[in-house]
Ligand binder design. Structure first.
Ligand code: ES4
Ligand code: ZN
Length: 317
């Protein structure tokens, strides 16, 4: 089933085998003995406990080659999962803050992504995310560094630890990205309250909400999202692994669909959460009894919610 992936952190596709390969060639010492020990750590209590390991593991990414191999490995997996188009997040601050230049990250990713259509049948876009827990000032400094590369980007987003870091503080930096002609998205309502989703919409002016699952607690917000057809990029296996929902069977995703929202299914950080995007689709079938008709509609939504221009859309379907 052809689909677009709209919520995918490239650093979250870093599989343990590549962690160790990069660590070895870059001379990075890891606090894990081997791949098996690292994989055993993939049990999380909440978003922060995941982020701690996510930022630690990505410390092995140092060279252009590392980022190229990371993206190549994702694309190979994505092709097998029916992905035709991917709008890919990356976290500039997570690399620049540890001394890896922005150019290394961008050049490394692009060396892979620029030939993805021929090699994997996948078109791609890059979305640079600001780390909300590093604050609005550093976000603006990051934007100043990104601005010369605007043509290489398709949008900006907002991610990392949500609670205590509401979207409204990032209004100035999102305004700058909008002026530069970029698309706007933000993580909101993953762990944070519905008010953060309202802020993402009304203060930041985002076109899509990443996660957004806590909208289910606010009927007026559901009505707003349905009316505007604002897409939600829901990540079911991520929500279970980070304990945002008690189990997949209890996920309220069916209610979001029934409320008329434009819901899409995505993998978030597939190396960490037990599956790539089609594994998320299969889990919905298994645990929530979704029929093939609903799954096909969710896959179709991913193209409707994508930032692909109308004339390019026909190629993808
Ligand atoms: C993330 Cl699941 C999730 N939530 C927020 N920020 C993130 N960065 C990478 N994965
Ligand atoms: Zn995410």
């Amino acid at each position: 089933m052809p689909k677009a992936e709209l919520h995918l952190h490239i650093e979250g596709t870093l599989e343990p085998e590549l962690v160790f390969a990069c660590a070895r060639r870059n001379g990075v010492q890891l606090p894990f003995a081997d791949v098996e020990e690292l994989r055993r750590r993939y049990v999380f209590d909440d978003l922060q406990s995941f982020l701690d390991l996510y930022y630690l593991a990505m410390g092995v990414l140092r060279t252009e080659r590392d980022f190229t191999e990371l993206a190549d490995a994702y694309l190979a997996r994505a092709r097998e999962q029916g992905v035709r188009h991917a709008e890919i997040f990356f976290d500039p601050q997570a690399h620049v803050s540890r001394g890896v230049p922005l150019e290394v990250v961008l050049d490394g990713l692009e060396a892979s992504l620029s030939t993805a259509p021929e090699r994997f049948g996948i078109s791609t876009r890059l979305i640079a995310c600001f780390l909300r827990d590093r604050g609005p000032r550093e976000a603006m400094e990051t934007w100043e560094a990104l601005e010369p590369h605007t043509a290489r980007l398709h949008g900006v987003g907002l991610d990392s630890a949500e609670v205590g870091h509401p979207p409204d503080a990032f209004e100035p930096v999102f305004a700058r990205a909008r002026q530069a002609g970029l698309h706007l998205v933000a993580h909101a309502g993953e762990e944070g309250p519905p008010d953060y989703i309202w802020q993402a919409l009304d203060v930041l002016g985002v076109e899509r909400v990443d996660h957004g699952i806590r909208a289910i607690e606010d009927p007026a917000l559901l009505a707003r999202l349905a009316r505007d057809r604002t897409p939600l990029t829901v990540c079911p296996l991520s929500n279970v692994r980070l304990r945002c929902v008690p189990s997949l069977a209890e996920h309220r995703l069916p209610e979001l669909v029934d409320a008329g929202l434009l819901v899409t299914i995505n993998s978030d950080d597939p190396a960490y959460f037990g599956g790539y995007v089609d594994d998320n689709f299969q889990a919905l079938k298994r645990e929530l009894g979704f029929g093939d008709d609903v799954l096909r509609e969710l896959a179709a939504n991913s193209f409707r919610a994508s930032f692909v221009e109308e004339d390019e859309r026909a190629r993808l379907l």
